[in-house]
Design a protein around this ligand. Structure first.
Ligand SMILES: N[C@@H](CCC(=O)N[C@@H](CS)C(=O)NCC(=O)O)C(=O)O
Length: 257
């Protein structure tokens, strides 16, 4: 049986001066110095909220699910969570396969729209429900940079730290050493790229940060230590300080780095 948990995050929260300036159309400098993200002015695009709560099919210990859960919370969108028990194979039942033929969580339903794939869902939510425009900037270079990191999330993040954690937490029969080597390569690139900017695509958080957060924060559960990567750890802390941040549950494992 799919378990349902009603969950809703509505109501005003304190926004930092940066977010207020973002909402009012301030130009936020991006990495590299010469590029700027022109944020849409308040009211320039319709501020839409779902007619009814979004239905979110997830597995609580899945980083792919968590990145969507995190973004729903950051956007304060009313949502209903439906827990899919992967251990019991609920993701391979006809009912679930009708929602996602790949038989994977997460899946989002918004009225008549059904979407699978975490990054696709992030893009949908940002495009539809983020009036500020900063989570998925339209400025060409910034948009391309966000996409670049989404590809990293679907590539080395999945085959590196996420795969290493699958081995230690879920007993997956994967090559743990290879996964850890990919993770090391990834964080060796990621760490210096965060040396001179607050977030992956500049001074404002974007979908890039949401997509890379969950499996990076939980990399030590897979035996991937973040100790050598001070910039990465500082970036994780900045994401955790965002209004609306929600963590993914930690999984105790004897392999934790
Ligand atoms: N590309 C997909 C990957 C999702 C994924 O790997 N989901 C895992 C849980 S983290 C899953 O459902 N695995 C079950 C399976 O593949 O059978 C996404 O980004 O949503």
């Amino acid at each position: 049986m799919l378990q349902r948990a009603t969950w809703s995050r509505l109501g005003p929260r304190n926004h930092s001066a940066m977010w207020n300036s973002a909402l009012s159309g301030t130009r936020i400098p991006l990495a590299g110095g010469n590029e700027h993200l022109s944020l849409r002015k308040r009211g320039a695009s319709p501020m839409t909220v779902p007619v009814r709560p979004l239905r979110f099919y997830r597995y609580a210990l899945s980083g792919h699910s968590h990145r969507v859960e995190l973004f729903l919370s950051l956007l304060k969108l009313p949502s209903e969570f439906i827990d899919v028990d992967l251990a019991k194979g609920e993701h391979k039942t006809p009912g679930f396969l009708a929602r996602n033929p790949f038989g994977q969580v997460p899946v989002l339903e918004d009225g008549e729209v059904t979407l699978a794939d975490s990054n696709a869902i992030l893009v949908y939510l940002a495009t539809r429900y983020d009036p500020s425009g900063h989570w998925l900037p339209r400025e060409p270079v910034a948009a391309a940079r966000v996409q670049q990191w989404l590809s990293v999330a679907a590539g080395p993040l999945a085959s590196g730290p996420a795969a290493a954690r699958l081995v230690t937490v879920f007993g997956a029969k994967l090559d743990a050493e290879r996964a850890k080597a990919i993770a090391t390569q990834l964080y060796t690139v990621l760490d210096p790229s965060l040396a001179h900017r607050s977030f992956l695509v500049g001074e404002a958080p974007t979908l890039a940060d949401v997509a890379l957060y969950s499996y990076t924060a939980h990399a030590p559960e897979g035996g991937v230590s973040l100790e050598p990567y001070g910039n990465v750890r500082a970036w994780l802390a900045r994401i955790e300080a965002l209004p609306g941040f929600v963590p993914m549950p930690r999984t105790p494992t004897r392999f934790t780095a």
